[in-house]
Ligand binder design. Structure first.
Ligand SMILES: [Zn+2]
Ligand SMILES: [Zn+2]
Ligand SMILES: [Zn+2]
Length: 89
């Protein structure tokens, strides 16, 4: 990717897409979510910062996996949590 806003996004050559269209952590605890994000390191699909549990953000902090992709239909962007950087792809 050219003109990547951070080195984490710059290192992604192939975007990983959601395998499941649900937040696996919210399903476990019986909660709901607003939007879904897919971790670009481990393929896990988790909920966004507008969701009550913010699992994608928590996962990024605890795992050190910085970049997620939007798992929403028609959205093609990546986000790096530590750098707060967006990039379309
Ligand atoms: Zn970054
Ligand atoms: Zn969740
Ligand atoms: Zn991950």
């Amino acid at each position: 990717m050219t003109d990547a806003p951070c080195t984490h996004i710059g290192a992604i050559s192939q975007v990983k897409h959601a395998k499941r269209h649900e937040c696996e952590e919210c399903v476990k605890i019986g909660s709901g979510w607003v939007h879904l994000r897919t971790c670009q390191e481990c393929d896990r699909t988790l909920c966004c910062d507008s969701s009550p549990n913010r699992h994608a953000s928590k996962h990024a902090k605890s795992s050190g996996h910085p970049v997620v992709a939007s798992a929403e239909p028609g959205e093609r962007w990546l986000y790096c949590f530590p750098d707060e950087a967006f990039a379309e792809y």
